[in-house]
Ligand binder design. Sequence first.
Ligand SMILES: *Cc1c(COP(=O)(O)O)cnc(C)c1O
Length: 394
Amino acid sequence: MESWNKARKVPEKTLLGPGPTPVDGRILRAMAEPTLGHLDRDFVAIMDETRDLLRMVFQTKNDLTVAMSGTGSAGMETACVNMIERGDKVIICSHGVFGTRMQDVAGRCGAEVVEVNAPMGRPVDPGDVRRAIAANPDAKLLGIVHAETSTGVLQPLDEIVSIVHGAGMFMVVDAVTSLGGMDVPVDRLGFDMVYSGSQKCLACPPGLAPVTVSPRAVEYIKNRKSKIQSWYLDLTMIMRYWGQERFYHHTAPVNMIYGLNEGLRMIAEEGLENRFVRHRRNAEALWAGLEALGLELLVEKAFRLPSLTSVKIPEGIDEAVVRGRLMDEYSIEIGSGLGDLKGKIIRIGLMGSGSNRKNIVLFLSALGRILSDQGFRTDLDTAQEAVHKVLARD
Ligand SMILES: *Cc1c(COP(=O)(O)O)cnc(C)c1O
């Protein structure tokens, strides 16, 4: 009770987990700007600019590009409730926890879900997608996770999208952990519905889910037979609020939009391509350092995500102790394994502002110290040398 009289001070920590990721002070200051009415002309101008900036990161001209009020999972629900009608057959791929979540959400929308699964740590095989479509020619859409945060696998999508479109189906992509950190070429590959979240590579606080929808999918949503089951996530109404009409739907989280706007401006300033290169290079430096410490990575290099790295826990090491000490002694947050990988891996996110040399060097030295205390022989100097070698390359 007494503490109610004092101002709260939240401690600073280094967020190197699967998200949220470190938020730059510029974004936090933007969020402290005066709250405006959600239909105020000055706010509406900020919304319009935010849409343009979202089109830049999604690399799209899609008219229907918005930030849904909710986290990444609200983006997933938005895709499912708008694209699925009760009784529809859909193919949903899973190579980890988030693909499995999409299968669950699609099922809750009344879809008959055909699953295409891959083992944890591997991407989905395009051959399996081809076979599933051949066996289910009446399937209407395929959903897949681009960057599977539970394992650290980057799913190649070029071949799968051409199979999906060849069958006349819609392609739904979860880009929660890829957007703003790696290439998500929405128009070039013709994805029909892509959603993301504000707190991963976009490096804003959690709370908004950017979504973009192709003109073909918009036509479908406008003409579907049944009413969209969710009032809150109904894109036919949301598009009237974000569009010229400014039809009142729900109160936009005004200050959150200021934050997203500022985060997207930072991406525009850096340049998308430069940002991809930075994420990739820092991830390679981290991988080199981890391997020099004697650790093994879960995912083979060809399918590794630049934004999230899964590391196998060596025999005899207690991963809960490792994570606990990183937090208690260094204020570093990392992620644990999910599902079948619980206790077997740790997950290190280098996303957005968090993807930098300082974090890699700090993390590796803290980890090396903790592992050697547990009897695992490591050579920190070699690890730091390996990091600097990667970062010195041009
Ligand atoms: C984090 C994440 C989500 C869920 O986002 P929330 O913001 O936690 O709701 C969905 N998909 C992927 C791939 C994610 O990494």
